[in-house]
Design a protein around this ligand. Structure first.
Ligand code: OGA
Ligand code: MN
Length: 198
């Protein structure tokens, strides 16, 4: 379900009713510009994203082609966005009794031609990832022809496509929806994370 702005109660209502929500304009243009600049300043530290966990991690060009940089929840430069994520976590726990107590987050950069094949955000035999969040840091004028849409496969066999326009936040139940990133034709940036329950 699509909502507008940084209205957390509306976002949580949408998530509760359909299991996913897209909030357009969750961040202001100025906030996106600031966050995108922070992301770009750290690009030298990004590394190729793998699949699987810990020792089992492998880089698979055929499955995903993004580069990522994990960020700390206490990162002083990210305080303003961490506060928003903390508010979201608190309201999710209060309204939906999810018992979330951790947020893992990384910046992600897809180069032109980058994609991520259809997958579920859960590692096998481990269901601590409860809620996915993806916040896009691209220019606001992302076009359909730029590719890079997030396609969410819904329960009824249809799908929903999210344009990764700057300031849009998408959030969904991590164990419920398979999704994929369609090949992007221009660089595609995001701050992506998972609320967990230990
Ligand atoms: C992921 C993912 C979606 C996106 O990193 O697991 O599915 O739109 N990202 O970037
Ligand atoms: Mn995913």
């Amino acid at each position: 379900m699509i909502v507008t702005g940084a209205d957390l109660p509306a976002l949580i209502d949408a998530l509760a009713s359909t299991g996913w929500a897209e909030a357009r304009g969750f961040l202001s243009t100025e906030e996106v510009t600031r966050l995108a600049a922070l992301c770009q300043a750290r690009r030298g530290d990004f590394h190729r994203a793998g699949i699987g966990r810990a020792a089992g991690q492998t880089v698979r060009d055929d499955i995903r082609r993004d580069t990522v940089l994990w960020v700390s929840n206490d990162d002083p430069e990210l305080g303003f966005v961490m506060q928003r994520f903390a508010d979201y976590q608190q309201q999710l726990n209060r309204e939906l009794y999810l018992g979330l107590n951790e947020l893992e987050l990384h910046f992600a950069a897809y180069p032109p031609g980058g994609f991520y094949q259809r997958h579920l955000d859960q590692h096998r035999n481990q269901d601590t990832r409860v809620i996915t969040v993806v916040l896009y840091l691209n220019p606001p004028d992302w076009q359909d022809s730029d590719g890079g849409q997030l396609r969410i496969y819904l329960d009824d066999g249809s799908h929903h496509e999210v344009q990764p326009a700057g300031g849009t936040l998408v959030t969904f139940l991590s164990n419920r929806f398979e999704h994929e990133v369609i090949p992007a034709r221009r660089e595609r940036l995001s701050l992506t994370g998972w609320y967990r329950r230990r």
